[in-house]
Ligand binder design. Structure first.
Ligand SMILES: [Zn+2]
Length: 412
């Protein structure tokens, strides 16, 4: 039985999903009966003829093991690979060779996920406290649709409401309010394609405003190739470390596919819970000290691309995809990379396929370039809303208060 690892958070030890907790109980009872010749001395649960009652076993489980031990089930991440392999294992219980092979494969995949999770927790809990280190995780949430009202006319279901994108960047350092997440709020007229340019522009704004220069960064991102796991994001990080020398070193970790639950998700969870219960007539209700995002948790902050009330633009979209490729190679095999280490010297980065595997060198820079620090990527203007979309959105105006009407079909 695994014991909790001191300092490494409330990580749970997961039992194989080839059985449920009640199946475990059944097999325990059968085993007990086999071990004792006179079964009658064991039968404590007269009604069910079981040597020990389910209630007692469950109570024992809850008090002694449930805090750090659980049966690996679909709830624990809903990983496709885990679910499929578990089903295959159940289906081939009569074929010992296949069973052994599949169990081994599933175990390897899980061990990988467990190691990645432990490393993440180690970074989140310990590294984030160290001087000179900053641990950051980033992700997109599902978009929010407004107006979100308690009484919804059925006609709402046939129309698409105004979409608001949320991109969270979390500083993993645990403060008295937990880790602090800044949620970038992008109202529909101000969106650009949800890809590398969007991610890098927001991340660049975050670093410039919230992370001191000269630090070493540890960054966690999911495996989305369009958004984070691409040559542009890695090129951008190299630009910061190797050319601008803004940060000492950057380590970039991609979450194991299927096992990507990390801090941004818990912040999004709070936000979604608050949003689902609240009345949100327009983006205005999401923002500010009294807004839904900040009210969802004190460690959830919000920053809109453009403030609907002051009309101040907080950051710009930039064409990083146009700016970076002339300087960096295109990261062939990036799909297989799990860890990327970027140091300020040399033309290479170190990459590893998984945690614990040796690092290989990849030549990322096209050459020792004399780069003008003032050279900047060009600014991208969002396209705004087209006429057909404005017409579609206009329908919703009649359901909101006058101070929100401006933010339903218009670009402010
Ligand atoms: Zn899995």
């Amino acid at each position: 039985m695994a014991l909790p690892n001191p300092g490494v958070g409330p990580e749970k030890f997961l039992l194989p999903a080839v059985f449920t907790l009640s199946e475990l109980y059944e097999s325990y009872c059968t085993h007990l009966k086999k071990c004792v010749s006179d079964v009658s001395i064991l039968i404590t649960d007269k009604k069910s003829d079981k040597p020990v009652s389910w209630g007692k076993v469950y109570e024992h489980w809850k008090t002694n093991y449930s805090t750090y031990c659980n049966v690996w089930g679909q709830r624990d991440g809903c990983c496709e690979k885990c679910c499929l392999k578990t089903q295959e294992i159940k289906d081939c219980k009569n074929d010992p060779n296949k069973l052994e092979l599949l169990t081994k494969e599933l175990e390897e995949h899980r061990n990988l996920a467990t190691t990645a999770r432990k490393t993440y927790n180690e970074h989140r809990i310990n590294t984030a406290k160290e001087d000179g280190k900053v641990v950051i995780s980033l992700d997109f949430a599902e978009n929010l649709m407004v107006p979100h009202l308690s009484n919804i006319p059925s006609t709402f279901y046939f129309r698409t409401k105004r979409k608001i994108d949320i991109f969270g960047i979390c500083n993993e350092e645990i403060t008295e309010n937990g880790s602090i997440q800044l949620n970038y709020v992008i109202d529909e007229p101000f969106k650009i394609e949800k890809g590398a340019n969007a991610v890098i522009s927001m991340f660049d704004h975050y670093l410039a405003n919230y992370v001191e220069k000269g630090k070493s960064l540890v960054i966690y991102a999911d495996n989305c190739c369009a958004q984070n796991k691409n040559q542009y994001f890695i090129g951008y990080l190299c630009y910061l470390v190797k050319i601008l020398k803004q940060y000492n070193e950057i380590e970039l970790y991609f979450m194991v596919v299927g096992h990507t639950k990390f801090s941004p998700d818990s912040h999004f969870g709070n936000l979604k819970t608050r949003f689902s219960k609240a009345k949100c007539q327009s983006i205005v209700d999401l923002l500010g000290e009294e807004g839904i995002i900040h009210k969802s948790a004190t460690n959830n902050k919000a920053l809109p691309y453009k403030d609907p009330l002051t009309l101040k633009k907080n950051f710009e979209w930039k064409d990083w995809k146009g700016f970076l490729p002339s300087k960096f190679n295109n990261c062939t095999n990036i799909g297989k990379w799990h860890v990327v280490k970027i140091q300020s010297f040399g033309l290479n980065i170190s990459v590893a396929k998984s945690l614990g595997e040796p690092f290989e060198e990849y030549k990322i820079m096209k050459g020792e370039l004399m780069i003008d620090e003032n050279e900047q990527p060009s600014i991208l203007e969002p396209k705004g809303l087209g006429e057909p979309r404005k017409e579609e959105l206009e329908y919703f105006e009649q359901f909101v208060d006058s101070e929100h009407k401006l933010f339903i079909k218009d670009t402010y």
